[in-house]
Design a protein around this ligand. Structure first.
Ligand code: FES
Ligand code: MG
Length: 575
């Protein structure tokens, strides 16, 4: 590419003959109905991720219009363009399988098209991390704009909203506590509006984390999808990206993000009792930054000093609209200030501390955002465990677990695949008690492409019907951020990569001790060796994808403790 005479990235051309290139570009933009000087100003791309398959993004057309308005008011030219869109319930085999593909789409289209800045409109779980991963790698000025959470509804006089309630009603149905008519009727109320899940699931967690990272203006994460506030945030985002792109030199994501920004994001994750999925996503996002290292140990270290302050499901009892009314992320950040790096930079070019000082509104007395002196859970909402079955680590959201299972020893009941689990979990003859430890292997990044959110293994029907509501469960997969229970996740290395977790057998005694951050199995060295040899022989026979994206995924995906990004997409360190 030749250099731009105006200094604007959007004026770079690639045909060698600059004047002819601009002549062609003007001819084509006129074909789209623009007048002669439309391209003579900064150009702002707006990523439109609306899709008939994505109800969480159902308000994107309204947001695109509002961002366009903000861009125009600030004197630049808005140009919306599409990328792929991912919804949790409409992506096979999993939305996570496609997260890295969406990040490639985002990175390459941002780099390829003439724009000086870009607004990333995302919302549903995988979209926000995918867009950030791509935009950081493209290193073009960018701001995240989330679609915002859905509102709640009610059923039988009780408030309901996706998707912690989806799971608890389903659990009641499996246990025979409610009948088929009840479960059908509540289904009508669980997703009452467009927007992302209304609890502190992955989408809400990521939205709040991006605000803490400094990659969206303060106060942008929590406004409901259908509120006028959401449209006004979109308009302000349009003006803010023009200011960001117009700076000389422009402010790029790699200029903003530092280890301090990530530590702030992890502090917020822990204070929210947020989704365990955010651990994988933050590791992947940080992996796109040259000269920056974030590891699982950072999550545990920061967790130990961070209390859980936000009373939202699944760790607490309320919903995102309540968090928004309570002041949202800025009110939380004000409580957390002593634990934050207030000198971290944000998209405005100012520090988080000065943005917080200038942010209107004080924290009022309320029950949603607690003070550091009266937390909901003292510390380490998410803890990182290690041991002989997870040498590279695993995570557990202890704030959503049963206290009596935080230290527990029990006999393993092992399921080796999704098919195996489906076939046997409800069998009358399954040798299982409430004290057993349910082990689910081969649902890691390689084992079941995309690490499905199957880590919340259902309680075997006969135990559920006898009143058992929680058991210790361990897997190399993920769990929905909206789920609760005593569930250990992301065991690394995973079973399909030959990790010791895959060598567990029925009857092995497993001990978890969250206080000691330990997860281990009582298996002798000679037994490990025998089992490992047998695994190596059987793995030779496993078929691997031969073509297409599936092959790219299988050959490139990294382990959960590294963010499950593709190895070739990570930043070249030091570059
Ligand atoms: Fe989209 Fe929950 S399914 S945010
Ligand atoms: Mg989810």
């Amino acid at each position: 590419m030749s250099s731009s005479p105006t200094g604007l990235r959007s004026k770079l051309t690639s045909y060698g003959d600059d004047e002819f290139s601009l002549f062609l570009r003007k001819a084509f933009i006129k074909g789209a109905g623009y007048s002669d000087d439309a391209l003579d100003r900064p150009i702002i791309g707006i990523i439109d991720t609306s899709s008939g398959f994505n109800p969480c993004h159902g308000n994107v057309p309204i947001l695109v219009k509002a961002v366009e308005r903000g861009v125009l008011l600030a004197g630049a030219l808005p140009v919306p363009f599409p990328t792929i869109s991912l919804h949790e319930s409409f992506a096979h085999p999993t939305s996570m399988f496609l997260r890295n593909l969406m990040s490639i789409d985002t990175e390459e289209m941002v780099k390829a098209q003439p724009m000086d800045g870009v607004v990333l409109i995302g919302g549903c779980d995988k979209t926000v991390p995918a867009q950030l991963m791509g935009a950081i790698s493209a290193n073009t000025p960018c701001i995240s704009l989330v679609t915002g959470p859905m509102l709640t509804s009610s059923y039988g006089g009780k408030r309901v909203g996706a998707c912690t309630d989806c799971r608890s009603y389903w659990k009641d149905y499996r246990a025979g506590m409610i009948d088929i008519e009840d479960i059908a009727r509540v289904n009508n109320e669980l997703v009452p509006t467009v927007g992302t899940c209304g609890v502190m699931g992955t989408a809400s967690t990521m939205a709040c984390i991006v605000e803490a990272l400094g990659l969206m203006p303060l106060g942008s994460a929590t406004a409901p999808a259908v509120s006028s506030a959401r449209s006004r945030i979109a308009e302000q985002t349009g003006s803010a990206i023009v200011a960001m792109a117009a700076r000389n030199p422009p402010l790029r994501p790699q200029d903003i993000l530092t280890l301090s920004s990530f530590e702030n994001a992890i502090t917020v994750l822990q204070a929210l009792g947020g989704s365990t999925n955010a651990v994988v996503h933050l590791l992947a996002i940080a992996g796109r930054m040259p000269s920056l290292s974030v590891t699982l140990d950072d999550f545990d270290r920061i967790g130990r000093r961070t209390p859980l302050l936000v009373n939202l499901k699944p760790s607490g009892s309320e919903y995102m609209e309540d968090f928004h009314k309570a002041g949202g992320v800025p009110a939380l950040l004000k409580q957390l200030a002593p634990l934050l790096h207030l000198d971290a930079l944000t998209v405005t070019g100012k520090t988080l501390g000065s943005e917080l000082d200038a942010y209107p509104g004080r924290i009022f007395k309320q029950d949603i955002i607690r003070s550091i002196s009266a937390p909901i859970f003292p510390s380490s909402a998410i803890a990182v465990l290690r041991g002989n079955i997870a040498p590279n680590g695993c995570v557990v959201k202890q704030s959503a677990a049963s206290p009596k299972l935080l230290r527990h020893t029990g006999r393993a009941v092992v399921f080796t695949s999704t098919a195996d689990l489906t076939m046997r979990i409800d069998a009358e003859g399954l040798d299982v008690t409430a004290d057993s430890v349910l082990v689910f292997q081969n649902i890691g990044p390689v084992g079941h492409p995309g690490m499905p959110e199957a880590g919340l293994i259902p309680i075997p029907k006969k135990l559920a019907q006898a009143g058992v509501r929680d058991m210790l469960r361990i897997s190399d997969g993920r769990m929905s951020g909206t789920a609760e229970g005593s569930v250990v996740l992301h065991v690394s290395p995973e079973a399909a990569a030959g990790g010791p977790f895959g060598l567990l057998r029925d009857g092995d005694m497993i001990t978890v001790d969250i206080e000691a951050r330990c997860l281990s199995a009582d298996v002798s060295e000679s037994d490990w060796e025998k089992r490992s040899l047998a695994w190596k022989e059987s793995s030779q026979r496993r078929t691997k994808p031969k073509r297409g994206y599936g092959k790219l995924y299988a050959t490139s995906v990294m382990q959960a403790h590294e963010g499950a990004d593709f190895d070739f997409l990570r930043a070249c360190q030091g570059s």
